[in-house]
Write a protein that binds this ligand. Structure first.
Ligand SMILES: Cc1cc2nc3c(=O)[nH]c(=O)nc-3n(C[C@H](O)[C@H](O)[C@H](O)COP(=O)(O)OP(=O)(O)OC[C@H]3O[C@@H](n4cnc5c(N)ncnc54)[C@H](O)[C@@H]3O)c2cc1C
Length: 383
Protein backbone atom coordinates (compact mmCIF):
# COMPACT_ATOMS: atom_id res chain seq x y z
CA UNK A 1 0.00 0.00 0.00
CA UNK A 2 1.48 3.37 -0.99
CA UNK A 3 1.76 6.06 1.69
CA UNK A 4 -0.78 8.86 1.89
CA UNK A 5 0.84 12.24 2.47
CA UNK A 6 -0.69 15.65 3.03
CA UNK A 7 1.54 18.62 2.19
CA UNK A 8 0.46 21.65 4.20
CA UNK A 9 1.31 24.76 2.15
CA UNK A 10 1.52 25.01 -1.63
CA UNK A 11 4.18 27.68 -2.18
CA UNK A 12 7.36 26.76 -4.04
CA UNK A 13 8.50 24.32 -1.33
CA UNK A 14 5.19 22.53 -0.97
CA UNK A 15 4.70 22.31 -4.72
CA UNK A 16 8.20 20.83 -5.22
CA UNK A 17 7.58 18.34 -2.38
CA UNK A 18 4.21 17.27 -3.78
CA UNK A 19 5.82 16.69 -7.18
CA UNK A 20 8.58 14.50 -5.73
CA UNK A 21 6.07 12.55 -3.64
CA UNK A 22 3.70 12.01 -6.57
CA UNK A 23 6.55 10.86 -8.81
CA UNK A 24 7.45 8.13 -6.34
CA UNK A 25 3.86 6.92 -6.19
CA UNK A 26 2.64 8.39 -2.91
CA UNK A 27 -1.01 9.41 -2.64
CA UNK A 28 -0.42 13.11 -2.09
CA UNK A 29 -2.68 16.09 -1.41
CA UNK A 30 -1.22 19.59 -1.64
CA UNK A 31 -3.35 21.92 0.47
CA UNK A 32 -3.19 25.70 0.44
CA UNK A 33 -5.33 28.32 2.12
CA UNK A 34 -5.05 30.48 -1.02
CA UNK A 35 -4.59 29.68 -4.70
CA UNK A 36 -0.84 29.71 -5.47
CA UNK A 37 1.00 31.44 -6.93
CA UNK A 38 -0.26 34.32 -4.77
CA UNK A 39 1.33 37.40 -3.18
CA UNK A 40 0.57 36.77 0.52
CA UNK A 41 3.61 34.61 1.29
CA UNK A 42 7.18 34.43 -0.04
CA UNK A 43 7.18 32.87 -3.52
CA UNK A 44 6.07 35.82 -5.67
CA UNK A 45 7.54 38.92 -7.33
CA UNK A 46 8.51 37.94 -10.89
CA UNK A 47 12.09 36.74 -10.38
CA UNK A 48 14.45 34.92 -8.01
CA UNK A 49 18.23 34.72 -8.16
CA UNK A 50 19.87 31.33 -8.71
CA UNK A 51 23.63 30.78 -8.35
CA UNK A 52 25.93 27.90 -7.44
CA UNK A 53 28.96 29.57 -5.79
CA UNK A 54 27.08 29.87 -2.55
CA UNK A 55 28.44 32.48 -0.17
CA UNK A 56 25.85 31.51 2.47
CA UNK A 57 27.64 28.15 2.95
CA UNK A 58 29.51 25.79 0.59
CA UNK A 59 27.45 22.85 1.94
CA UNK A 60 24.50 24.01 -0.18
CA UNK A 61 26.43 23.34 -3.41
CA UNK A 62 25.58 19.61 -3.71
CA UNK A 63 21.91 20.53 -3.20
CA UNK A 64 22.24 23.27 -5.81
CA UNK A 65 23.54 20.74 -8.33
CA UNK A 66 20.35 18.73 -7.78
CA UNK A 67 18.19 21.86 -8.06
CA UNK A 68 19.88 23.09 -11.26
CA UNK A 69 19.34 19.74 -12.98
CA UNK A 70 15.76 19.60 -11.84
CA UNK A 71 14.86 23.15 -12.99
CA UNK A 72 16.28 22.31 -16.43
CA UNK A 73 14.32 19.06 -16.53
CA UNK A 74 11.09 20.86 -15.51
CA UNK A 75 11.63 23.49 -18.20
CA UNK A 76 12.08 20.77 -20.81
CA UNK A 77 9.09 18.82 -19.55
CA UNK A 78 6.73 21.82 -19.45
CA UNK A 79 8.07 23.65 -22.50
CA UNK A 80 8.25 26.81 -20.33
CA UNK A 81 11.24 29.09 -19.92
CA UNK A 82 12.05 28.91 -16.20
CA UNK A 83 15.78 29.72 -15.87
CA UNK A 84 17.52 32.66 -17.57
CA UNK A 85 21.28 32.07 -17.50
CA UNK A 86 22.21 35.76 -17.67
CA UNK A 87 25.05 35.33 -15.16
CA UNK A 88 25.45 36.82 -11.70
CA UNK A 89 27.79 39.45 -10.34
CA UNK A 90 28.47 39.46 -6.59
CA UNK A 91 30.63 42.43 -5.63
CA UNK A 92 31.82 44.08 -2.45
CA UNK A 93 34.44 45.94 -0.54
CA UNK A 94 37.86 44.19 -0.60
CA UNK A 95 37.19 42.56 2.81
CA UNK A 96 33.56 41.58 2.04
CA UNK A 97 32.70 38.23 3.66
CA UNK A 98 30.07 37.75 0.97
CA UNK A 99 32.53 37.98 -1.94
CA UNK A 100 35.05 35.88 -0.03
CA UNK A 101 32.23 33.33 0.47
CA UNK A 102 31.62 33.12 -3.28
CA UNK A 103 35.28 32.30 -3.95
CA UNK A 104 35.44 29.88 -1.02
CA UNK A 105 32.49 27.87 -2.38
CA UNK A 106 34.00 28.03 -5.90
CA UNK A 107 37.39 26.71 -4.65
CA UNK A 108 35.82 23.99 -2.53
CA UNK A 109 33.51 22.73 -5.29
CA UNK A 110 35.58 23.49 -8.36
CA UNK A 111 33.18 26.05 -9.82
CA UNK A 112 34.04 28.53 -12.57
CA UNK A 113 33.83 32.08 -11.20
CA UNK A 114 35.66 35.07 -12.72
CA UNK A 115 37.58 37.38 -10.37
CA UNK A 116 37.32 40.91 -11.78
CA UNK A 117 38.25 44.45 -10.82
CA UNK A 118 35.59 47.17 -10.78
CA UNK A 119 37.00 48.72 -13.95
CA UNK A 120 36.97 45.39 -15.78
CA UNK A 121 33.34 44.97 -14.67
CA UNK A 122 32.38 48.46 -15.86
CA UNK A 123 33.87 47.73 -19.30
CA UNK A 124 31.88 44.52 -19.49
CA UNK A 125 28.61 46.00 -18.14
CA UNK A 126 28.44 49.77 -18.76
CA UNK A 127 25.26 49.82 -16.64
CA UNK A 128 27.20 48.80 -13.50
CA UNK A 129 29.81 51.24 -12.14
CA UNK A 130 31.17 50.02 -8.81
CA UNK A 131 33.59 51.75 -6.39
CA UNK A 132 37.16 51.40 -7.73
CA UNK A 133 38.40 49.18 -4.87
CA UNK A 134 35.53 46.66 -5.05
CA UNK A 135 36.24 43.02 -5.79
CA UNK A 136 33.83 41.53 -8.32
CA UNK A 137 32.90 37.89 -8.89
CA UNK A 138 31.05 36.75 -11.98
CA UNK A 139 29.42 33.35 -12.34
CA UNK A 140 28.25 32.80 -15.91
CA UNK A 141 26.14 29.69 -15.20
CA UNK A 142 23.85 31.59 -12.83
CA UNK A 143 20.97 33.96 -13.31
CA UNK A 144 17.28 34.18 -12.57
CA UNK A 145 14.21 32.01 -12.24
CA UNK A 146 10.76 33.24 -13.24
CA UNK A 147 9.12 32.88 -9.82
CA UNK A 148 5.38 32.52 -10.41
CA UNK A 149 5.99 30.45 -13.56
CA UNK A 150 8.18 28.04 -11.56
CA UNK A 151 5.48 27.61 -8.90
CA UNK A 152 2.88 27.09 -11.57
CA UNK A 153 4.97 24.49 -13.43
CA UNK A 154 5.80 22.60 -10.23
CA UNK A 155 2.11 22.47 -9.36
CA UNK A 156 1.03 21.41 -12.84
CA UNK A 157 3.68 18.68 -13.00
CA UNK A 158 2.66 17.50 -9.51
CA UNK A 159 -0.97 17.31 -10.62
CA UNK A 160 -0.01 15.51 -13.85
CA UNK A 161 1.97 13.00 -11.77
CA UNK A 162 -1.08 12.25 -9.65
CA UNK A 163 -1.07 14.81 -6.80
CA UNK A 164 -4.39 16.28 -5.74
CA UNK A 165 -4.23 20.08 -5.52
CA UNK A 166 -6.63 21.48 -2.93
CA UNK A 167 -6.74 25.30 -2.98
CA UNK A 168 -8.56 27.80 -0.78
CA UNK A 169 -8.70 25.36 2.12
CA UNK A 170 -6.96 26.17 5.41
CA UNK A 171 -5.57 23.47 7.68
CA UNK A 172 -6.88 24.18 11.18
CA UNK A 173 -4.85 21.64 13.16
CA UNK A 174 -3.46 18.11 13.30
CA UNK A 175 -2.81 15.40 15.81
CA UNK A 176 -0.68 12.24 15.60
CA UNK A 177 -2.17 8.91 16.65
CA UNK A 178 -1.41 5.21 16.15
CA UNK A 179 -3.45 5.30 12.96
CA UNK A 180 -1.66 8.24 11.38
CA UNK A 181 -1.94 12.02 11.37
CA UNK A 182 -5.46 13.38 11.71
CA UNK A 183 -5.65 16.71 9.88
CA UNK A 184 -8.53 19.13 10.50
CA UNK A 185 -9.61 21.87 8.08
CA UNK A 186 -11.53 25.05 8.57
CA UNK A 187 -14.32 24.24 6.12
CA UNK A 188 -14.34 20.51 5.33
CA UNK A 189 -14.23 17.16 7.16
CA UNK A 190 -10.95 16.00 8.72
CA UNK A 191 -8.79 13.31 7.08
CA UNK A 192 -6.22 10.81 8.39
CA UNK A 193 -2.98 10.41 6.44
CA UNK A 194 0.20 8.39 6.96
CA UNK A 195 2.48 11.43 6.81
CA UNK A 196 2.22 15.22 7.08
CA UNK A 197 4.75 17.57 5.47
CA UNK A 198 4.64 21.16 6.75
CA UNK A 199 5.81 23.72 4.19
CA UNK A 200 3.83 26.67 5.52
CA UNK A 201 6.36 29.47 4.97
CA UNK A 202 5.73 32.38 7.33
CA UNK A 203 2.74 30.48 8.80
CA UNK A 204 5.02 27.65 10.05
CA UNK A 205 4.70 28.32 13.77
CA UNK A 206 0.91 28.61 13.47
CA UNK A 207 0.92 25.29 11.59
CA UNK A 208 3.11 23.69 14.27
CA UNK A 209 0.95 24.98 17.10
CA UNK A 210 -1.95 23.11 15.46
CA UNK A 211 -0.55 20.04 17.21
CA UNK A 212 -1.10 21.45 20.68
CA UNK A 213 2.16 20.83 22.52
CA UNK A 214 4.42 21.03 19.44
CA UNK A 215 7.62 23.04 19.88
CA UNK A 216 7.89 26.28 17.97
CA UNK A 217 10.84 27.13 15.77
CA UNK A 218 12.89 30.31 16.31
CA UNK A 219 11.60 32.04 13.16
CA UNK A 220 11.44 35.79 12.56
CA UNK A 221 9.18 37.33 9.93
CA UNK A 222 10.87 40.17 8.07
CA UNK A 223 9.18 42.47 5.60
CA UNK A 224 10.99 43.01 2.31
CA UNK A 225 9.94 45.33 -0.51
CA UNK A 226 10.81 44.74 -4.15
CA UNK A 227 10.74 47.93 -6.22
CA UNK A 228 10.53 48.20 -10.01
CA UNK A 229 12.16 51.45 -11.17
CA UNK A 230 12.44 53.15 -14.50
CA UNK A 231 15.91 53.24 -15.98
CA UNK A 232 17.49 54.82 -19.03
CA UNK A 233 20.68 52.78 -18.53
CA UNK A 234 21.97 49.59 -20.11
CA UNK A 235 20.13 47.36 -17.65
CA UNK A 236 17.97 45.17 -19.82
CA UNK A 237 18.38 41.42 -20.22
CA UNK A 238 19.01 42.04 -23.92
CA UNK A 239 21.94 44.34 -22.98
CA UNK A 240 23.61 41.32 -21.39
CA UNK A 241 23.04 42.83 -17.93
CA UNK A 242 23.41 40.23 -15.14
CA UNK A 243 21.68 39.62 -11.83
CA UNK A 244 23.82 41.48 -9.29
CA UNK A 245 24.33 41.64 -5.52
CA UNK A 246 26.48 44.28 -3.85
CA UNK A 247 27.75 44.02 -0.28
CA UNK A 248 28.78 47.52 0.77
CA UNK A 249 29.73 49.52 3.85
CA UNK A 250 27.94 48.75 7.14
CA UNK A 251 26.72 45.44 5.71
CA UNK A 252 24.34 47.16 3.28
CA UNK A 253 23.36 44.39 0.90
CA UNK A 254 21.50 45.27 -2.29
CA UNK A 255 20.59 43.27 -5.33
CA UNK A 256 18.81 43.67 -8.62
CA UNK A 257 17.69 41.93 -11.77
CA UNK A 258 18.13 42.79 -15.42
CA UNK A 259 15.08 44.48 -16.93
CA UNK A 260 12.52 42.13 -18.44
CA UNK A 261 10.42 44.91 -19.94
CA UNK A 262 11.92 47.95 -21.70
CA UNK A 263 13.34 50.60 -19.33
CA UNK A 264 12.28 48.93 -16.04
CA UNK A 265 14.36 46.94 -13.55
CA UNK A 266 13.63 45.28 -10.18
CA UNK A 267 15.75 46.18 -7.15
CA UNK A 268 15.65 45.28 -3.45
CA UNK A 269 17.64 45.14 -0.22
CA UNK A 270 18.66 41.86 1.44
CA UNK A 271 19.70 43.47 4.74
CA UNK A 272 17.53 45.09 7.42
CA UNK A 273 13.75 45.07 7.05
CA UNK A 274 10.95 45.45 9.58
CA UNK A 275 10.03 42.52 11.78
CA UNK A 276 6.34 41.72 12.18
CA UNK A 277 4.48 39.18 14.29
CA UNK A 278 2.04 37.24 12.09
CA UNK A 279 1.83 36.83 8.29
CA UNK A 280 -1.50 38.66 8.21
CA UNK A 281 0.00 41.83 9.75
CA UNK A 282 2.61 42.47 7.02
CA UNK A 283 2.28 46.02 5.72
CA UNK A 284 2.06 45.69 1.93
CA UNK A 285 1.94 49.44 1.23
CA UNK A 286 5.14 51.06 0.05
CA UNK A 287 6.71 53.82 2.16
CA UNK A 288 9.10 56.53 1.03
CA UNK A 289 11.74 54.91 3.26
CA UNK A 290 11.49 51.63 1.30
CA UNK A 291 12.38 53.40 -1.93
CA UNK A 292 15.12 55.51 -0.32
CA UNK A 293 16.80 52.40 1.13
CA UNK A 294 16.95 50.83 -2.34
CA UNK A 295 18.06 54.02 -4.08
CA UNK A 296 20.78 54.82 -1.52
CA UNK A 297 22.86 51.90 -2.79
CA UNK A 298 21.54 51.56 -6.33
CA UNK A 299 21.70 55.15 -7.61
CA UNK A 300 25.49 55.59 -7.40
CA UNK A 301 26.24 52.29 -9.16
CA UNK A 302 23.54 52.08 -11.85
CA UNK A 303 23.98 54.97 -14.30
CA UNK A 304 20.68 55.93 -15.89
CA UNK A 305 18.51 54.70 -12.99
CA UNK A 306 15.66 57.10 -12.15
CA UNK A 307 13.62 57.58 -8.94
CA UNK A 308 10.45 56.76 -10.86
CA UNK A 309 8.71 53.80 -9.16
CA UNK A 310 6.70 51.70 -11.62
CA UNK A 311 5.37 49.21 -9.04
CA UNK A 312 6.30 47.39 -5.84
CA UNK A 313 5.55 44.18 -3.97
CA UNK A 314 6.03 43.30 -0.30
CA UNK A 315 7.25 39.82 0.56
CA UNK A 316 8.29 37.89 3.68
CA UNK A 317 11.61 36.43 4.76
CA UNK A 318 11.00 33.68 7.35
CA UNK A 319 14.42 33.73 8.95
CA UNK A 320 16.26 31.47 11.37
CA UNK A 321 18.90 32.75 13.82
CA UNK A 322 21.76 31.32 11.69
CA UNK A 323 20.20 32.08 8.29
CA UNK A 324 20.09 28.39 7.31
CA UNK A 325 17.01 26.35 6.44
CA UNK A 326 15.12 23.94 8.68
CA UNK A 327 14.61 20.60 6.94
CA UNK A 328 13.93 17.46 8.92
CA UNK A 329 11.68 15.36 11.05
CA UNK A 330 9.44 16.84 13.71
CA UNK A 331 10.95 16.30 17.18
CA UNK A 332 7.87 14.45 18.48
CA UNK A 333 6.84 12.28 15.54
CA UNK A 334 8.43 10.55 12.57
CA UNK A 335 5.12 10.98 10.76
CA UNK A 336 5.62 14.75 10.50
CA UNK A 337 8.31 16.43 8.42
CA UNK A 338 9.13 20.14 8.30
CA UNK A 339 10.62 22.41 5.61
CA UNK A 340 10.82 25.98 6.90
CA UNK A 341 12.99 29.00 7.73
CA UNK A 342 14.22 29.58 4.19
CA UNK A 343 15.66 32.91 5.34
CA UNK A 344 15.34 34.79 2.04
CA UNK A 345 17.36 32.36 -0.11
CA UNK A 346 15.30 29.19 -0.51
CA UNK A 347 13.53 29.51 -3.83
CA UNK A 348 16.34 28.29 -6.10
CA UNK A 349 16.75 25.17 -3.94
CA UNK A 350 13.09 24.16 -3.86
CA UNK A 351 13.44 21.09 -6.14
CA UNK A 352 16.24 19.69 -3.95
CA UNK A 353 14.43 20.50 -0.71
CA UNK A 354 11.23 18.98 -2.11
CA UNK A 355 13.14 15.79 -2.92
CA UNK A 356 14.63 15.67 0.58
CA UNK A 357 11.24 16.23 2.25
CA UNK A 358 9.66 13.53 0.07
CA UNK A 359 12.49 11.12 1.02
CA UNK A 360 12.05 11.90 4.72
CA UNK A 361 8.27 11.48 4.54
CA UNK A 362 8.30 8.19 2.64
CA UNK A 363 11.61 6.53 3.62
CA UNK A 364 12.34 8.22 6.95
CA UNK A 365 15.75 9.38 5.65
CA UNK A 366 17.49 10.84 2.62
CA UNK A 367 20.81 10.51 0.80
CA UNK A 368 20.86 14.24 0.14
CA UNK A 369 23.35 16.03 2.43
CA UNK A 370 20.93 17.99 4.64
CA UNK A 371 22.28 17.21 8.13
CA UNK A 372 23.39 20.82 8.55
CA UNK A 373 19.75 21.90 8.13
CA UNK A 374 18.37 19.71 10.93
CA UNK A 375 15.73 21.31 13.20
CA UNK A 376 17.50 19.58 16.09
CA UNK A 377 20.18 22.31 16.06
CA UNK A 378 17.64 24.61 17.72
CA UNK A 379 16.62 22.28 20.56
CA UNK A 380 20.13 21.44 21.68
CA UNK A 381 19.98 17.78 20.55
CA UNK A 382 21.46 18.26 17.09
CA UNK A 383 24.96 18.37 15.65
C1 LIG B 1 11.67 39.67 -1.49
C2 LIG B 1 12.20 38.28 -1.51
C3 LIG B 1 13.25 37.98 -2.34
C4 LIG B 1 13.78 36.69 -2.40
N1 LIG B 1 14.79 36.42 -3.26
C5 LIG B 1 15.24 35.15 -3.39
C6 LIG B 1 16.18 34.86 -4.39
O1 LIG B 1 16.59 35.74 -5.16
N2 LIG B 1 16.60 33.57 -4.52
C7 LIG B 1 16.13 32.57 -3.71
O2 LIG B 1 16.56 31.43 -3.87
N3 LIG B 1 15.22 32.83 -2.74
C8 LIG B 1 14.76 34.10 -2.57
N4 LIG B 1 13.81 34.39 -1.64
C9 LIG B 1 13.35 33.34 -0.73
C10 LIG B 1 12.31 32.42 -1.33
O3 LIG B 1 11.44 33.13 -2.18
C11 LIG B 1 11.57 31.72 -0.21
O4 LIG B 1 12.53 31.04 0.58
C12 LIG B 1 10.55 30.73 -0.71
O5 LIG B 1 9.67 31.33 -1.64
C13 LIG B 1 9.75 30.15 0.46
O6 LIG B 1 8.76 29.31 -0.05
P1 LIG B 1 7.73 28.56 0.91
O7 LIG B 1 7.00 27.61 0.04
O8 LIG B 1 8.45 28.08 2.12
O9 LIG B 1 6.75 29.73 1.44
P2 LIG B 1 5.43 30.35 0.78
O10 LIG B 1 5.63 30.64 -0.64
O11 LIG B 1 5.02 31.49 1.64
O12 LIG B 1 4.37 29.19 0.87
C14 LIG B 1 3.76 28.80 2.08
C15 LIG B 1 2.33 28.42 1.75
O13 LIG B 1 1.72 27.81 2.86
C16 LIG B 1 0.34 28.15 2.83
N5 LIG B 1 -0.21 27.90 4.17
C17 LIG B 1 0.29 28.34 5.34
N6 LIG B 1 -0.47 27.94 6.36
C18 LIG B 1 -1.49 27.22 5.84
C19 LIG B 1 -2.62 26.53 6.41
N7 LIG B 1 -2.85 26.51 7.73
N8 LIG B 1 -3.46 25.90 5.57
C20 LIG B 1 -3.25 25.89 4.23
N9 LIG B 1 -2.20 26.54 3.64
C21 LIG B 1 -1.33 27.19 4.44
C22 LIG B 1 0.37 29.61 2.42
O14 LIG B 1 -0.87 30.05 1.93
C23 LIG B 1 1.48 29.62 1.39
O15 LIG B 1 0.98 29.50 0.08
C24 LIG B 1 13.26 35.68 -1.56
C25 LIG B 1 12.18 35.97 -0.70
C26 LIG B 1 11.65 37.26 -0.69
C27 LIG B 1 10.51 37.56 0.24
Amino acid sequence: MTASVLVLGGGVMGAATALSLAERGARVSLVDQFSPPHAQGSSHGETRAIRMAYFEHPDYVPLLRVAYARWDELAARSGERLFERCGTVVAGAPDSAVVEGVFRAARQHDLVVDDLSASQAARRWPGLVLPADYRVSFEADAGLLYAERCVDVLRRCARDSGAKLIDNVAVAGWVVSEAGVRVAFENRPAVTVDRLVITAGSWTNAALSGAGSAPRLPLRLLRRVMVWLRTGGKHHLSDGFPVFAVHGAEDAFSYGFPGLEPGVMKLARHDGGDEFSTPETRDDAIALGDVERVLAVACPILPGLTRDVVRHEACTYTSTPDGHFVVGRHADSERVVIGAGFSGHGFKLAPAIGQALADLAVDGGTELPIEFLSPARFDGSGP
